[in-house]
Design a protein around this ligand. Structure first.
Ligand SMILES: [Fe+2]
Length: 207
């Protein structure tokens, strides 16, 4: 008899080193944000939000580890946004398309009252037909999770008066993004600028 388990789903869970050092100044970045999210803000192309610099400072060591484990090539952040959830706010089941990996950084999160992201399998239980649901355990503030962009997931309603803030971003390989955008001159020009990790006008590369 041969038994196989096929199509595993990679899921990575990183702790942020020295989270206490970054905690306050990251949370302060979103203090004046009145919206649930800036996802719909027009940034014209692959531009990233102003707070991206701060986030990148915090996540670079873990993204370097991710790039070594997952991809033999450099990876880049292609989009970034925040979600600030007050009582009752949620983000229903969705995915981020098939572009690579997606990530959640738990910027303001109380494990005693908030719930971590819920994930759903693309395949249902073969015997019962039920959706297969999974939540990462032991999520704490400052944690970073990374998963395939196509994986369905959900932010459950915040049941408390204490707000929850996450920063999400999408990650692609350098080669993949270049091939998607062949012929789009304005994008190619921006990609040429990405040799510098300090250039916030373009997607980041080189983790
Ligand atoms: Fe999401």
């Amino acid at each position: 008899m041969e038994q196989s388990l096929i199509f595993g789903i990679p899921f990575l869970h990183y702790k942020t080193k020295n989270w206490k050092k970054y905690r306050r100044f990251l949370q302060e970045s979103f203090r004046n944000s009145s919206k649930f999210t800036d996802f719909w803000d027009d940034r014209s192309g692959p531009d990233l939000p102003d707070y991206c610099d701060k986030i990148v400072d915090v996540i670079t060591p873990n993204l370097q580890k991710f790039a070594e484990v997952i991809s033999p090539n450099p990876v880049m952040i292609t989009e970034m946004w925040y979600e600030k959830s007050k009582k009752g706010d949620k983000h229903s089941i969705h995915n981020h398309g098939g572009q690579g990996y997606s990530a959640v950084l738990y910027v303001k999160y109380n494990p005693e009252i908030h719930e971590p992201t819920v994930f759903y399998s693309a395949f249902r239980d073969p015997m019962k037909g039920d959706f297969l649901r999974w939540q990462p355990s032991e999520i704490e503030e400052g944690d970073l999770i990374i998963f395939p962009s196509e994986l369905l997931h959900e932010a459950l309603p915040n049941k408390s008066d204490e707000e929850r803030i996450v920063v999400s971003f999408n990650i692609a390989s350098w080669q993949q993004m270049r091939s998607y955008n062949v012929g789009k001159k304005e994008v190619e020009d921006k990609f040429r600028l990405t040799g510098s990790l300090n250039n916030n006008s373009a997607a980041r590369v080189g983790f």
